[in-house]
Each structure stands twice: as C-alpha cells, then as structure tokens.
Design a binder for this molecule. Structure first.
Ligand SMILES: [Zn+2]
Length: 327
C-alpha cells in the first residue's frame, strides 16, 4: 500500500464509520481485485454464495458507498491527476508566473502585479474602453506617496505632469513613479503662465524643467503640459515634445470633494479620455481608488498616455496639442 492509498483509506474510514453493508459483485476474483484497488482495511468480513447465482456477498464498511470510494474504483487514475495538478499550481505560484493584466475585477484571469512583471506599455486591452489618469503639480511627499501606494495596489499606471521645481526637491518620488511604470512628464519648472511672461522666460522655464527631470530620470520627459493649458507659438516651438492637455476636468482643485470628483469624472468620461487631476490634494487621493473601481465597473481600463497613443496607432508630433485619444 503506497502512501496515497494509506491517506485515501484513512479518509474513507474517517468519513464513514464502521457500519457494515452488503454489496453484490460478479466474482470473488473481482472482489479481491477491488479490495486490492481500495487498498484499505475498510474491506474485510465474509463472503458467501447468493441463491445459486454465483454472486458473492461481501460485507464491508459503509466506506464502499462513499463518494470517495466510488471515485477511487471508477477513476483510479484520478489521484495521480490531482497530484500533478496540485504540483503544477504550487510550482506556478512559487515562480509567480502571470497570464495577463486585464484589469477586470470580475475576470477569472489572474491579475499580475504590474510593478513586478509587466511594463505598462506591454499591456493588452482587448474589448476595453480606455482612459488615462493624469496628475499635475506634484510631487508632494504625503499625497503623491499615498497615491502611488493606491495605484500600486490597484495595479494602475498613471501619467504625472510634474513640476521641475518640486521634482528637484523630491527626486526619490519621481524615481519611484518611473520605477513603478508610471509616465513622468513635464508641467514646466515653476508653474508660470507661459503666455503671459516674456518669451525668453517661457523658454528658460520649459528648458530648466526638461534638464531637471532628465537628470533624475536619465532621459528627457516625453510629454509637456503647460500650466493652465496655455499655449502660444513660443511654447509650441520650445517644448520639443507633444503637448498633452485633457478632455475630462475633474475640477478637484476647486471642489476638494471626493463625491464631486467622481461624479464629474464619470459624467464626462469617454473612450480615449484624458482625465485631469492633481496629486497635491488629500481629497483627490481619497477619490482615486473609488474612481478606478467605478471606471472599471463601467468597462474602462486605465492606461498611460503612451499606451493610449499606441492603442490608437498614432504617432504624435512635437509641439502639437492633444486633448484626447478617442478611437
Ligand atoms: Zn498645474
């Protein structure tokens, strides 16, 4: 009796108790065979002829009526299959292998933690409407760090339009954003209204932000969002990146109210939306996990700007403003 049979037998005995029943089988030979296959002390007792029909009455324990007993008789190979399946599951779990990130909370597919395995740009979005969460004016230590924790927990990449001046003060937060596959873009150096200051000052502000972010990230920022969305010819010719504006303004800076942020976002959201928020307000950070869940419940998945662009098959032009990426 091998180890599996012993365990199996013990389980049968445990579940069924010691009450004896009688069953009929075709021959004593078959009985012995079955006894061996059960491999259990559960089968014992006597056998006798049954009214001349050459059938043997075997008295055994109630074990033989049990689900496990019948399963073992009918499908003796099932134990081996079960062991193999469990083994494969354990190995997969140990390796932490992943299938794909669907982002669908109702999906049976396992959602892989993005930060560990899947680059934001490698994701597949079959059958999903897309929206991009974008956060301006950060980083700010408390709120941005808490937001990053939430995004990590929800497995959502976002695009941060950061101020060069704040990035210089909190470079570790910028590095964390990049490391966790968020997109880091420029919101200029000092948040000036670029169309109201001398052109030379606007150029200097844009370039200072670019070099500051470049020294932290190791590459130039890929997009620019001028403060207030204000653009003129100087801005267009200086940024050297596509200009990303927005199609959904949550007005989180004005309301500072979780319900208002979510209601506004859900009222205006559309496939390809660029949602504007600010990672410097606690109320915005509070709203984000609820907004993510609500968007997903309504068929949306959250993507970075680059993912949206890639999904739409677009090639963006430097100095051109984009407000959304509708299909
Ligand atoms: Zn701003």
């Amino acid at each position: 009796m091998n180890m599996l049979d012993k365990l199996f037998s013990r389980e049968i005995n445990r579940r069924t108790g010691a009450h004896a029943i009688s069953i009929y089988i075709d021959s004593a030979t078959k009985t012995r065979k079955r006894s061996r296959s059960l491999g259990s002390s559960a089968i014992k007792a006597s056998s006798s002829k049954n009214r001349g029909k050459n059938k043997t009455i075997i008295t055994t324990k109630r074990a033989e009526r049990s689900f496990f007993y019948r399963l073992n008789i009918r499908f003796p190979w099932l134990k081996l299959v079960a062991v193999i399946v469990v083994g494969v599951i354990v190995i997969l779990d140990l390796c932490d292998l992943t299938i794909s990130r669907t982002g669908d909370p109702h999906s049976k597919v396992r959602i892989a933690p993005m930060a560990k395995h899947v680059k934001a740009t490698d994701r597949i979005f079959k059958g999903k409407m897309l929206a991009a969460l974008t956060f301006d004016d950060g980083p700010f230590p408390e709120t941005t760090s808490r937001l990053l924790d939430i995004l990590q927990q929800k497995d959502v990449p976002a695009t941060f339009f950061t101020l060069g001046s704040k990035a210089a003060a909190y470079p570790d937060i910028i590095k964390r954003e990049a490391k966790e596959h968020h997109e880091v873009a420029s919101h200029t150096m000092y948040h000036q209204n670029l169309i109201r200051i001398p052109a030379a000052s606007a150029v200097s502000d844009i370039n200072e932000a670019k070099s500051t972010l470049s020294s932290i990230l190791g590459h130039d920022p890929v997009y620019t969002r001028p403060p207030y969305g204000n653009i003129n010819e100087t801005v267009r010719t200086t940024v050297g990146t596509p200009i990303i504006l927005w199609s959904v303004d949550t007005e989180d800076w004005k309301s500072k109210d979780v319900n208002s942020i979510i209601t506004t976002a859900m009222r205006e959201v559309h496939d390809g939306a660029i949602i504007l928020m600010h990672d410097i307000y606690p109320s915005t950070v509070d709203a984000v996990p609820i907004l993510i869940d609500t968007l997903r419940e309504n068929g949306y998945e959250l993507a970075t700007i680059s993912e949206l662009v890639k999904q739409r098959g677009l090639k963006l032009e430097n100095g051109t403003a984009y407000y959304n990426f509708r299909p």
